[in-house]
Design a protein around this ligand. Structure first.
Ligand SMILES: Nc1ncnc2c1ncn2[C@@H]1O[C@H](COP(=O)(O)OP(=O)(O)OP(=O)(O)O)[C@@H](O)[C@H]1O
Ligand SMILES: [Mg+2]
Length: 326
């Protein structure tokens, strides 16, 4: 069976010149360059089937973006092989380029000074999208993401979330079979994150497209991906079912309570012991989603509270716990 994405023993080393300190150091490096070699991706193998939506996790610098860049043909690997839709990505065949897309939350691909619509027209020509299909898709995708009224406004005048929606549409107009989404929800507010997430879920189902998603938000991964690949220092640490990984994954919330007055020791003692004082007026705790409503409402009834914050447990923390358990 041919996998949609197949990666075998992939490695990527970055060679960076080492500069010695001081002016003599600079001069001597001119004549005798020394390099440090950094393994960003280290002997990685996995395969992904058509229609799968796989989450790629790992802390900063784990090698996620580098892997996706190799699978897009933007970087050559140092070692190993990869095929995507039967092509070697870094050979950059036209047929391959028409069949995949990469969206990077950290970088714009549309033209900053143009309205999204004008960039889309350019994509239409590059990918030779038939006019009727093009119109149909722009309408459908932009209505679905509720961004249709903003397509004629210069991209740089849009909010971060609006821009991301425009980017996503631009990346999907040629109906790619493989899509890499590298932190598509970074910096977005909860509403925009949710709408992007729902969109990706539907798109994956409707088109049976193969998607790799990286994110630092647990909620993205939990709501979208059955399977996760965790990278740690360039190596695969885990590849498999998300639920099996840990039953506590995504089950906790971080609750922060901001009190109107200074927290007395009696107040602190009367609260659930999970709470930890982080300032004279602030307490923080990690509690399960099921417990959170009860605990929060009982505090609200008993004390003058200025503000309550409910957050997801950062993905780094969850991964760290998993690493520790193993
Ligand atoms: N062009 C480059 N030259 C030298 N080192 C690089 C280069 N690109 C990436 N690296 C290094 O390779 C490692 C992996 O980087 P990569 O961008 O793949 O991490 P990541 O998993 O995407 O992290 P993040 O979650 O922060 O986006 C990092 O240590 C980074 O500094
Ligand atoms: Mg990255």
């Amino acid at each position: 069976m041919i996998h949609t994405i197949n990666v075998e023993h992939l490695s990527k080393e970055f060679k960076t010149p080492q500069k010695k300190e001081g002016i003599w150091g600079s001069l001597s490096s001119l004549f005798q360059k020394q390099y440090t070699i950094y393994k960003a991706v280290d002997d990685v193998s996995f395969s992904i089937e058509k229609g799968e939506l796989v989450g790629m996790l790992g802390s900063n610098g784990a090698g996620k973006t580098t892997t996706l860049k190799i699978l897009s043909g933007l970087l050559h690997p140092t070692k190993g092989t990869a095929t995507v839709l039967g092509h070697t990505p870094w050979e950059r065949h036209n047929d391959f380029r028409r069949r995949f897309s990469i969206v990077m939350g950290q970088r714009n691909q549309l033209w900053w000074d143009l309205p999204a619509m004008d960039s889309y027209l350019l994509n239409k020509e590059i990918y030779r999208i038939p006019t009727n299909r093009y119109k149909e898709l722009v309408k459908k995708l932009s209505e679905r993401l509720e961004i249709d009224s903003k397509l004629s406004i210069q991209l740089r005048r849009l909010s971060l979330g609006e821009r991301m929606k425009c980017e996503l549409i631009g990346a999907l107009l040629h109906e790619p079979e493989v899509v890499y989404l590298d932190e598509p929800t970074i910096g977005l507010d909860v509403v925009a994150q949710h709408s992007l997430r729902e969109f990706v879920k539907e798109y994956n189902k409707e088109h049976d497209s193969t998607i790799i998603l990286t994110s630092h938000y647990m909620e993205d991964i939990v709501s979208l991906c059955k399977r996760v690949i965790i990278l740690d220092k360039g190596k695969i640490f885990y590849d498999g079912n998300l639920e099996k990984l840990s039953s506590s994954v995504g089950n906790d919330k971080i609750v922060t309570l901001h009190f109107k007055e200074e927290i007395s020791s009696e107040m602190e003692a009367s609260l659930s012991p999970q709470f930890e004082k982080i300032s004279s007026t602030t307490l923080k705790a990690r509690i399960s989603k099921q417990e959170a409503p009860n605990i929060v409402s009982s505090v609200l009834q008993s004390y003058p509270i200025d503000d309550i914050n409910l957050e997801e447990v950062p993905i780094e923390e969850v991964i760290r716990e998993i690493f520790q358990k193993k």
